[in-house]
Ligand binder design. Structure first.
Ligand code: ZN
Length: 501
């Protein structure tokens, strides 16, 4: 049981708001921080003492964009573009049972906690349609590990093959027949499932909260997007959608809508403070301004963006325009890991590809802020998580300053971003409860989870073998068509190979 009152002494507290690292003691009552003060802070006699000598106390990192279902398919694919990944999606992640979804969520949560993350925004794939049962299994997985999450059913009412102009027609037989046989659920079925989910949400919303995730503009009809918008407003929940993730999407969006993807969503009145555009790479300056004007947010996923060859999002431009930016890992099937420490470093480094002027780069404090307070705002938890300060939840990552990344200790903020790799995370407290202590979970048996995950992954591999065969044979045609379409050009440049970043 969580002690009613706890005092953390002898630590160095990192504050992304004030951009400081200072020696301070932290008094915790229940699940929240009651007081922060200089070393030797008065504490009630009954307060349990936690010694944080040689520890940097960092606000728990907030993963702004992940896909829990991807945890069982990490490491698949090598030179995969986003489109090749979407073509492979039915065999790398299809056929996940309820038990598999629960397991995948636990594995995803476990990896995040190990890397100092205490909350996440998860778009969890739903097939054939969103359901309360499925998202409840995911919520249970997260809750058992102890991490906070906003869980958005990831939904489409149009298949990838229908969404990309000309793709179906470009496929020779029998591939076209295979692609045509794949069907998405009608949007009304998704909305019905989502309504049941929002009405019957089982959990404590400070722990796990529902959101909605129509996945990609062209994979969702306008009727579906509008229905999600209205449902989100009615139930006061967040909306997350992949936005301009690949150049192909930007080019195809322009063909489909006669305007940019962002402009199209804006015309549908879809953008608002409850909206987060995941990736948001292929946005021009007007699009960035649209997001800023609507108070919308962005989940920046630099590692996944580089992995899939999508380019670099204009994060500095977004921050300068006043857009709230969080940092995400993306799912493990596209980002390969759930390491928010690494994601912050990638965000800092990727910004250096965009401009020669060092002042315009993202610095350590910029990415620390985005990785904590930025993500907190996206989850609708601004003022509750993302900082170690009175009134905030006691979500704290204990970073081991005896780890070689901090030897010698010169500048803790620079070193957590530029030197550390996640292995320096020693313990993690969420809501006053030690979920990870000395790199060991208190909330789950990792050996058991590892065995279960391997069995499930092996089962999925054999279950999806036929689908894999079909889709792998189709991959070269899909890639050829998509690359050809993307090469038609776009007025914003987000890849170095286009000569101007
Ligand atoms: Zn994603």
């Amino acid at each position: 049981m969580t002690a009613t009152r706890q005092i953390i002494r002898n630590g160095q507290v990192l504050d992304p708001e004030r951009r400081t690292v200072e020696a301070a003691d932290i008094l915790i009552q229940g699940d929240a921080i009651l007081e922060l003060g200089p070393p030797g802070l008065d504490a009630p006699e009954d307060a349990a003492v936690i010694d944080a000598a040689d520890r940097l106390l960092m606000p728990g990192l907030v993963n702004a964009h992940t896909h829990g279902h991807g945890s069982l398919s990490k490491g698949y694919g090598d030179k995969w573009s986003l489109e090749l990944l979407l073509n492979a999606a039915p065999w790398i992640g299809g056929g996940l049972t309820l038990e598999g979804q629960y397991l995948a969520a636990r594995l995803n949560a476990a990896e995040m906690v190990l890397k100092g993350c205490t909350a996440a925004y998860d778009m969890f794939f739903q097939f054939p349609e969103a359901s309360l049962e499925s998202i409840s299994a995911v919520a249970q997985g997260y809750t058992e590990v102890g991490i906070r999450a906003a869980i958005a059913p990831m939904m489409a009412d149009t298949t990838f093959y229908q969404a990309i102009p000309g793709l179906l027609d470009s496929l020779p037989e029998p591939h076209r027949a295979h692609a045509e046989a794949l069907q998405a659920a009608p949007w009304e079925a998704h909305i019905e499932g989502c309504r049941a989910l929002l009405q019957g949400w089982p959990g404590d919303r400070d722990q796990v909260r529902p959101a909605l995730g129509p996945t990609i503009p062209m994979h969702c009809t306008d009727d579906f997007i509008l229905a999600c918008r209205d449902l989100a407003w009615d139930y006061e929940v967040g909306l997350q959608m992949h936005l301009g993730e690949s150049k192909l999407q930007a080019v195809a969006g322009l063909k489909r809508y006669g305007k940019s993807l962002t402009a199209h969503l804006d015309a549908l009145d879809f953008l608002g403070p409850n909206f987060t555009g995941a990736h948001s790479i292929w946005l021009d300056d007007d699009d960035v301004q649209r997001l800023a004007d609507r108070g919308a947010n962005v989940a920046h996923n630099p590692g996944s963006n580089l992995r899939l060859g999508n380019g670099v999002a204009p994060a500095r431009r977004m921050l300068d325009a006043g857009v709230t930016v969080g940092i995400g890992t993306d799912g493990s099937s596209s980002g390969d890991h759930q390491n928010m420490v690494e994601a912050m470093r990638m965000a800092a480094f990727a910004s250096r590809l965009m401009d020669i002027e060092p002042d315009s780069w993202l610095g350590s404090w910029d990415v620390l802020r985005a990785g904590t307070l930025g993500g907190a705002a996206l989850l609708g938890m601004a003022g509750q998580i993302g900082r170690i300060a009175p009134g905030y939840k006691a979500d704290i990552a204990f970073v081991d300053l005896t780890n070689v990344a901090f030897v010698p200790l010169n500048d803790a903020a620079n070193q957590i971003v530029n030197c550390a790799d996640g292995s320096a995370i020693d313990s993690v407290m969420i809501g006053g409860r030690m979920v990870l202590q000395g790199r060991r979970f208190t909330s789950l048996n990792f050996d058991e989870l590892r065995r279960d995950a391997q069995v499930m992954a092996d089962t999925l591999r054999s279950r999806n073998a036929d689908t894999r065969g079909q889709l792998e044979a189709m991959a070269e045609y899909v890639s050829h068509h998509c690359v050809g379409l993307a090469c038609e050009g776009y007025h914003a440049h987000r890849r170095i190979d286009e000569g101007r970043a």
